[in-house]
Design a protein around this ligand. Structure first.
Ligand SMILES: CCCCC/C=C/CCC/C=C/CC(=O)SCCNC(=O)CCNC(=O)[C@H](O)C(C)(C)COP(=O)(O)OP(=O)(O)OC[C@H]1O[C@@H](n2cnc3c(N)ncnc32)[C@H](O)[C@@H]1OP(=O)(O)O
Length: 301
């Protein structure tokens, strides 16, 4: 750990901030990359939005160190950014990626699931449902540029997009590892897995809590392309161009036809799903399992 201005800052987070410095250096090259003069980045503390109005595309970057775990704040900020982009006719597509080195998203923020009140668990779960429904059903083309590890809830974020490009690095594992923590993925995560990789592969991955390395993720169909780390974003943008070549109305109606039945299963039973989560996560055995897992993670660091 390093001490900075009285704050305990993990050394790994400082290392990762090297990415932000590189990002700042790259800012000067934004014009060359398509961000022309007068085009402003926007977003919030944890979600950076880099718009390219000429292309109709915005790159949405998660930047909640150390690991982009889905805290209530990050969920809320992401929903707000997506809502804004969905309602702005300038944009037809988003690329979802991470501003951190080596991690796309560590999934649900486990500190939100441990030692909190039932009211907090309920608020948290509603925010997660909201994000999933918004991203899964968005009229925008969504491409995930997965430039780091993406377990559990991180994998769910990727599966909610239309297309996934994964970095070819051993640390870039992706998959539903919930059972390894002693917890259970919600049915809508299961449905997303089934819709993407088929029933048999989803059943195995969900029961075994498999984290797939890139080549395996590609083989099973969890991601659509695996490319060298430094080509993830450019490949995502090239894929985006192919998707944007299709007229929006036809693509959107088709997307809705494919996805609405899955989304409706949750939309029609949201409150029951919240109560099911609250009672599950409040169990002593689940609290103990989550605490133990979190402690192991911290010791590893
Ligand atoms: C029957 C009814 C069912 C009803 C529904 C019930 C459902 C229950 C909920 C089910 C859904 C769960 C979905 C989830 O997403 S659970 C979360 C799963 N995530 C993980 O297992 C990832 C854990 N993290 C890692 O594997 C690694 O951190 C990493 C992402 C690969 C990055 O590795 P590295 O770069 O080496 O970083 P560190 O491991 O050293 O971590 C740095 C720092 O961050 C803390 N941390 C990591 N992950 C999380 C997290 N998910 N939440 C909170 N905090 C996290 C870690 O503890 C370190 O902290 P310190 O710096 O303080 O040591």
């Amino acid at each position: 750990m390093a001490l900075m201005a009285g704050l305990r800052v993990p050394a790994r987070a400082l290392l990762r901030s090297g990415c932000w410095l590189r990002g700042a250096a790259l800012a000067g090259a934004e014009a060359a990359a398509g961000l022309g003069a007068g085009v402003r980045r926007f977003g919030s503390q944890r979600v950076l939005v880099e718009p390219d109005p000429a292309a109709g595309v915005a790159v949405v970057k998660l930047k909640s160190p150390p690991v982009n775990s889905l805290s209530l704040e990050l969920l809320t900020e992401l929903v707000i950014s997506l809502e804004k982009l969905d309602n702005d006719k300038t944009f037809r597509g988003i690329v979802l990626t991470s501003d951190l080195c080596g991690v796309f998203s560590a999934g649900l923020d486990l500190t939100e699931l441990c030692g909190r009140s039932p009211a907090h668990y309920a608020e948290y779960w509603r925010a997660l449902q909201e994000l999933w429904l918004r991203l899964y059903l968005s009229g925008l083309v969504s491409v995930a540029a997965v430039n780091g590890a993406s377990p559990a809830g991180g994998c769910l974020l990727c599966l909610s997009c239309d297309y996934r490009v994964l970095a070819d690095s051993p640390s870039c594992v992706i998959g539903p590892n919930e059972t390894r923590l002693g917890i259970v993925a919600p049915f809508w995560f299961k449905d997303c897995m089934v819709n993407t990789v088929g029933h048999r592969a989803a059943e195995q991955a969900l029961q075994l809590g498999t984290l797939f390395p890139p080549a395996e993720a590609l083989r099973v169909g969890l991601v659509d392309q695996v490319v060298p780390e430094d080509q993830v974003q450019s490949t995502a943008l090239a894929a985006m161009a192919r998707w944007l070549a299709i007229p929006d109305h036809a693509r959107q109606l088709t997307k809705s036809m494919m996805r609405k039945p899955t989304a409706d299963r949750l939309a029609k039973h949201r409150e029951a799903d919240v109560q099911s989560f609250v009672s599950f996560v409040s169990r002593d055995s689940i609290q103990k399992a989550l605490q133990t897992y979190l402690e192991k993670l911290k010791q590893k660091g």
